[in-house]
Design a protein around this ligand. Sequence first.
Ligand code: C5P
Length: 237
Amino acid sequence: MSLDARERLIVALDVPSIKAAETMVARLGESVRFYKIGYQLAFAGGLPLAAGLVAAGKQVFLDLKLHDIGNTVAKGVESVAKLGATFLTVHGYPQTMNAAVEGKRGSKLRILAVTVLTSYDAADLVAAGYKLNVKELAAARAAQARDAGIDGLVCSAEEVAALRGIAGPAMVLVTPGIRPIGSASGDQKRIMTPARAISAGADYLVVGRPVIEAADPKAAAEAIVTEIEQAESQRRA
Ligand code: C5P
């Protein structure tokens, strides 16, 4: 997918308040064009903030991981589409994905499916009643997402190559767990540098703490954009 390197960086606004979010957005200025809002901020006034960011020319990824009966999901997605968000996550259950595709119809909103939460391992899947292992379930859900007309998948950078084979070229692959060399991994276990994730075929990188907790968040964001640019030019060469 042909995108400017800067448009591929999504900064996770994992902060507790609107004031903190607005301060961070102001500090980042023109260096960041795309923000992710998750539970923490969404339930602390983040939805009007999302609409405000869109009005200010930014793109917004609402990481709400919806999952409910089809009618409720479809109506919820319709409301999210009116906020002007670019991406919304739903859990990768076929009924939920079909409902989300129905709900976004006629809007610019793109739906991303979460295949298997990265905090789940084999034992968690057994406890939840599944017979498939993590890899099998992720692959099955990726295929179901593609068949349902879902726009993209959230996946770890390590999964990009395998999932691209299932998702095909049209679906976007969005990867968290990104750590520039020298930054702390925090609680992320399966991490990759921005350059390696882009080389592996990721379309968008979600980066939280390495930017928002940096002494100079703007410089950290610019360094990641430069790294994406370099990796892209190597990918094209
Ligand atoms: O601070 P960090 O860069 O680890 O933030 C990554 C962001 O991506 C967080 O908002 C986190 O919730 C989200 N995320 C993730 N792993 C997933 C899905 C989402 O880290 N599998």
